[in-house]
Every structure is written in C-alpha cells, then in structure tokens.
Design a protein around this ligand. Structure first.
Ligand SMILES: [Cu+2]
Length: 444
C-alpha cells in the first residue's frame, strides 16, 4: 500500500462486501494496475436517496478525499416514498474540505481560522474572506436540496439564513433514507428544523423555499464545537474543561462560515433536474421495523486515543475503536475480523466516546437506528449510516454514548467489512475495526 494505491467505497449502500463491488480492506488498485472494474449489484430494497463514493485505502483515505476524490450517488425514487418532494426542482450540493495555504492548526489568535477550507460543488470558500459560492435561483420557489458532506474531517451545521434569520428546512431524508421509512409508513415524514448537523460523510435532504427579491440569503454552516481548545501557553481556554492525560490537543476548528449566497431573479435558470411526480400509491418499506425487532445481543464499543509520546501533546496520536473487554489496537488490514455475527442478526451496539473530541461512527454495508443516547432511551424517526458522538468533557461520567440497533439481516452483506470513525484523519490513524457477517445459522 502506498499513497497512490486506491480503491472505492460506496457509502451507505447495502451491497456485497466483495472484490469488484464494495470491498475496501483487501482491494488496492496500484498506479500501474490495468483498469479495475466495479460492477455493483444494488438491491431493489436499497432505500432511495443520496449516497456517495470515495477512496478508502487504509492510511491514505484522508489525503485522497481532501484532494477531491469523491462524488454523489443518487438512488432514484424518493418521490415514491414521500409526496412532499413530488415534482420539485432538485439541487445536489457537495461540500468538500481541502488544505489551503491559510488553513491549518487552530489558534486563539485566529478563532475564525478553520483547520480545513471548504468548497461547495468545487467552488472554494477560503479563509479569511469566505467568499461564498453563488446559487442563482427564482424567488419564493420550493426546491429540494440534497446535501452531501464529502469532507474528510469537517463538520457542518447547516442553516439557510434570510437577512441573518434562520429559515425552516423541511427535512426529508438523512443518510440516504427517507425519514419515517423504517416504520413502514405509507407516507414518510417531514421534520421541520432551522439547522441540521451533518458530520463528515453524512447527508441531509430537505425542502427549502427560496427568498423573495431584495433579501440577503445565505446558505451557511454555523460553528461546530470540536472540543476544548488550548492556548499557546498550554492553559485551558476560558469555559473549556480539562482533557484526560495522554490525549492530544484539539486540532480541528470548524468556524461559522457562508457556503453560498442565493441570487434571485424571475428568469434565473432552473436547476438541471426536477423530481418526477409522485405516483398515486406510494411505496413503503417492506422491511420489519428495526425499532420493534429485539436485538439478539448487545455489545459496547468505545473510541479512545493515546499519544505516542505523552510529553508531546502535539505529537503523533494513536486512534482506537475497541469492543469492551478487548485490548485497544490500531487497525491492521491483515488481522482477522474483530467481530463475528450471522446474517439475519440484529444487535444493539453502544458506542462511547472517551476522548475530548467528537467522533463519527460509521459502518459499511448497512444502516442502523439510534435507540438510545447518553444512557437513556431516545429513538429517532430515521435510519443512519453515520452518527456523531459528542466529545467527553474530561471528568464527568458516564461517557457520551449512543445505542444503535444494528441491522445484519440483508443477505447481500455476507462477508467482511469495516466500521470506523469517519473523521478520516482518525480512521487513517487506526480508529477502525472489521466485522465478519457469516452465512445464517440453521439454514436447512
Ligand atoms: Cu474520530
């Protein structure tokens, strides 16, 4: 494996984890390899929505994704599960992050300075001016925005502001799955919100109404807290908490910044595509709801970090995701799988964050349902494939956590695939494990 080895992951797709489809642990394409063909069997049951693809070579994913090697994938048909998007003009908005000369390590002197700059559909919005991209559109028009955070490391907290006031976003889908889809409802739902947190690799699809003329309209990300910041004298910043010994300084800063400004005129070109009109009878999920399925077992995993040299908090860090009861170790693609389940199983996984920065849990090949948060019951209306777990404040217990109902029922996913933090700096640093889904037991 070298920095120019690559492969592809089809994020969120319930497709086979086998070579030439969605295998990312052993598959490596070298610069002198002949063309490598991907031929992916996408099941009919794949929920319609926004997915994406990006390189996944262990140790080199971050720099390849920062370099822009990603794209959106749409499984068509969301209008067949939610009538609210029927016939709407659609925009596909891809936010990527990148290293530019001005971006870099955060400092108290420049709190608006991001660790990574971002772009919207490859239009760069660099520090310090943050000159936004421009979306030309018609006034007071309903549109369906399909937003992908294709960043390697950057969190987004999206909002649409008219003269500084956050507008309602009609959330239709997260991570490629229509909200309410898992409940087998005849009609999926809309959740109205003025902001939506999208971690690296997450997707949010929502209905907006464009502004009337004469309004300063901006699509923005607000600031996302990435953990306690240190000042150069190694004192904690006011209001922040202690970090546990042996942990690295926070090295990520996601300040508030605009992404696009909306320029309205009655004769602006419409978006390139519109959704079809919804059919008379909507489809709904044939799958049994995960919420009402009893898990056959529970496991606990935790994110942790360790400095290679505890005396150098800005030195190299080892990143771990560990099943409770096992020894933390960085990911090794040649090691046997860490977790074994059988196809057909549904399990509950509690994922804890024992570090002073957030981590985003992602598993390939399947979606999960959030059924608990911070040790309490909390059930979402939507499936996800990527979930943020907030940072630990350094002293109070329990650790921040989520409880996820993991779906290993699809016969498409037999094989071995990874789960990891989707902040790619952390994934490359070792925060990944692998799971083997064995053929079902008692198959006669
Ligand atoms: Cu992480």
């Amino acid at each position: 494996m070298t920095s120019s080895s690559t492969n592809l992951h089809f994020h969120g797709m319930i497709v086979p984890p086998i070579c030439h489809q969605d295998e990312t642990i052993k598959t490596l394409i070298q610069p002198d390899s002949p063309p490598f063909e991907y031929r992916i069997h996408i099941p009919e049951s794949e929920p319609p929505g926004l997915y994406w693809y990006h390189p996944h070579p262990h140790g080199f994913s971050e720099r390849q994704v920062l370099g822009g090697a990603s794209g959106a994938l749409i499984v068509e048909g969301i209008e067949k599960v939610n009538r609210a998007v029927s016939g709407l003009p659609e925009r596909i908005l891809i936010i990527r992050d990148q290293v530019l000369p001005n971006s870099g390590f955060p400092s108290l002197a420049e709190p608006r300075k991001p660790t990574k700059d971002v772009s919207l559909n490859y239009v760069s919005v660099p520090y310090p001016k943050f000159t936004p991209a421009v979306i030309e559109t018609r006034p007071t028009q309903k549109e369906f925005w399909r937003v992908l955070n294709a960043s390697a490391d950057t969190f987004l907290d999206l909002a649409l502001q008219f003269d500084g006031k956050a507008q309602s976003l009609g959330l239709i889908a997260l991570d490629g799955v229509a909200i309410g889809f898992d409940e087998g409802n005849a009609e999926a739902r809309i959740v109205w919100s003025t902001r939506v947190l999208v971690p690296p690799a997450g997707r949010a699809e929502f209905i907006v109404t464009t502004p009337p003329p004469g309004v300063d309209a901006r699509f923005v990300t607000t600031a996302v807290e990435r953990g306690p910041l240190f000042d150069p004298d190694r004192r904690l910043t006011p209001g922040s908490s202690a970090t546990s010994p042996g942990q690295a300084d926070q090295d990520d800063n996601d300040p508030a910044r605009p992404l696009a400004s909306l320029r309205v005129s009655p004769d602006a070109p419409n978006p390139r595509s519109s959704l079809p009109t919804s059919p008379k009878h909507l489809e709904h999920s044939a799958a049994t709801s995960l919420a009402s399925t009893r898990p056959i077992r529970s496991r606990k995993f935790y994110f942790s970090e360790e400095l290679v040299d505890p005396k150098n908090p800005r030195g190299a860090t080892l990143f771990y995701i560990t099943e409770e009861g096992h020894a933390p170790k960085v990911f090794d693609p040649t090691a046997p799988p860490d977790v074994f389940v059988h196809q057909g199983d549904v399990e509950d996984w509690v994922v804890e964050n024992r570090t002073s920065e957030p981590h985003t849990f992602h598993i390939h090949q399947t979606h999960f349902l959030v059924v608990g948060r911070m040790g309490g019951a909390y059930e979402e209306l939507t499936l996800r494939d990527t979930i943020n777990i907030p940072f630990w404040n350094g002293f109070t217990r329990p650790f921040p956590s989520v409880r996820l109902r993991m779906d290993f029922r699809s016969p498409n996913i037999i094989g071995t695939f990874p789960y990891h933090c989707h902040i790619l700096q952390h994934e490359d640093g070792g925060m990944m494990g692998s799971i083997r889904v064995e053929p079902p037991v008692n198959k006669k």
